[in-house]
Design a protein around this ligand. Structure first.
Ligand code: MN
Length: 201
């Protein structure tokens, strides 16, 4: 059973003007597809690992044979992260969270504005390629973390609620070196309903 590229629940131009169509097409059909192809290639000799879903694979990296562990960490991580990322964006975004996620953000960050500021600052200062996440940590508190490359929170025992790809391929065509503008724009397309669902799961 090979891993396959998940379909998006919206059109490639749905996130305009915040994320442009061309970036979405390349990001989904080229970058994400490449992670999947390389993951499938790494798993070719390990039929028992091919059966595992992607979450299970990246959660238990230590149980992956050393020979392919780095490939699974990078390409499996890339597959997991991008699959997660597409779902937490929408063209019908509400400006602010509602419900339980709102309560938790207020409790752990003081206010939505403080959370937003901290998240944007974290993404802006991430050095090199990686992701910025809102997670539930080991102490059951909300926390903002950065991960490098395609590392992800579930390999660290944390549960991701929201994440933004800050590799240059995710914004360079439209924003060039202005990563902060991209991260600010992202706040117009966050699918807070999905984030709230991630919290409840
Ligand atoms: Mn990416």
């Amino acid at each position: 059973m090979k891993h396959e590229l998940p379909k998006l629940s919206y059109e490639y131009n749905a996130l305009e003007p915040y994320i442009d169509e061309k970036t979405m097409v390349i990001h989904h059909t080229k970058h994400h597809q490449a992670y999947i192809d390389k993951l499938n290639a790494a798993l070719e000799k390990y039929p028992e690992l091919q059966k595992k879903d992607i979450k299970e694979l990246v959660r238990n990296l230590n149980s992956v044979p050393e020979e392919i562990r780095t490939a699974v960490k990078n390409h499996g991580g890339g597959h997991f992260n991008h699959s997660f990322f597409w779902k937490i964006m929408t063209s019908n975004a509400e400006k602010e969270p509602k419900g339980e996620i709102k309560v938790c953000i207020n409790k752990d960050f003081g206010s939505f504005e403080k959370f937003r500021e901290q998240f944007i600052n974290s993404a802006a200062t991430l050095f090199g390629s990686g992701w910025t996440w809102l997670v539930i940590n080991e102490k059951k508190k909300l926390e903002i973390i950065n991960t490098s490359n395609q590392d992800n929170p579930i390999s660290m025992g944390k549960k991701p609620l929201l994440g933004i790809d800050v590799w240059e391929h995710s914004y360079y065509l439209k924003y060039q070196n202005k990563r902060v503008d991209y991260v600010n724009a992202f706040f117009n397309i966050i699918n807070w309903k999905q984030v709230d669902e991630n919290l409840k799961k």
